[in-house]
Design a protein around this ligand. Structure first.
Ligand SMILES: [Zn+2]
Length: 268
């Protein structure tokens, strides 16, 4: 297997003491390439630095998560644009709306989201627009409305860590957006509905991610005592996903990797 983890928060402090070992375990588990999520003004440059230290294996996104929307100033906007000049930064985001936690006020969230979409509009790579790495939680209506304002001006988009309803899934697929599936699928309390829904995602729209260190799959046995999720568990996620889709795991693995490689324009 040559899996691609499209969402790993590898700049997180919990990896500071053993990041190289984490990457080695990922490699041993068949994870060939990873996109490191840049989700704040502080961590987006760190994601780029990690990608630069592991050429061809790690890539980065640069953005500001809705939790951090309050920090989105003109200066922050300029910093993000500078990060996007680097070829290792393969997508705009993580950006979007999160009305579940509301860590930043909703108007600030919408503004930060719009400004990052504007960055995506302004950027081109080889004549093509940069992909978007999007986050939406409990904000579907406003999320769709903001995206509609940019209709026809954006490149490919992935709604990462999909946890929503059937209607939300089909709204995204109708827009030709991609969907990222995490170990949320393995959560018998809140992810049960995804078991059926994932059958409806076409292979060329489906990608996989761990969202490490968050969302340790609950079906990993035994559960590590530290509860930290790691990219090596992507192998577990793809096996569960394949079972739910009624596919051989090798097929799901190959299709999700090919989709991710095309979406982020990663080298082989
Ligand atoms: Zn997210």
């Amino acid at each position: 297997m040559r899996l691609i983890d499209i969402g790993a928060n590898l700049t997180h402090d919990s990896f500071d003491h053993d990041r190289d070992a984490v990457l080695q375990r990922a490699r041993d588990a068949g994870v060939a390439q990873l996109v490191v999520t840049g989700a704040s003004r502080e961590h987006s440059p760190k994601a780029l630095a990690l990608a630069q230290a592991h050429p061809g294996v790690l890539f980065a996104t640069a953005g500001v998560h809705p939790h951090h929307a309050s920090e989105y100033t003109d200066e922050c906007d300029a910093e993000l644009r500078a990060l996007h000049a680097h070829p290792e930064v393969v997508a705009v985001g993580e950006c979007g709306l999160d009305y579940f936690r509301d860590f930043s006020p909703r108007p600030a969230q919408r503004r930060a989201f719009e400004r990052q979409l504007q960055i995506a509009v302004d950027l081109t790579v080889d004549g093509m627009r940069k992909p978007l790495f999007l986050h939406q939680r409990d904000a579907h209506g406003d999320f769709m409305a903001v995206m509609k304002d940019f209709d026809g001006k954006l490149g490919p988009a992935v709604v990462h860590c999909f946890t929503g309803s059937r209607a939300e899934l089909f709204d995204y697929l109708d827009q030709d957006w991609h969907v990222g599936i995490t170990g949320w699928l393995c959560d018998e309390r809140r992810g049960q509905h995804l078991r059926e829904l994932v059958k409806h995602i076409p292979a060329h729209r489906l990608m996989i991610e761990t969202d490490a260190p968050y969302l340790l799959p609950r079906t990993v046995k035994p559960q590590p005592s530290h509860r930290r999720n790691e990219p090596m568990y992507l192998a577990h996620i793809v096996a569960e996903l394949a079972r739910d889709r009624g596919e051989e795991v090798a097929v799901t693995a190959a299709h999700t990797a090919a989709t991710a490689r095309a979406f982020f324009r990663l080298p082989d």
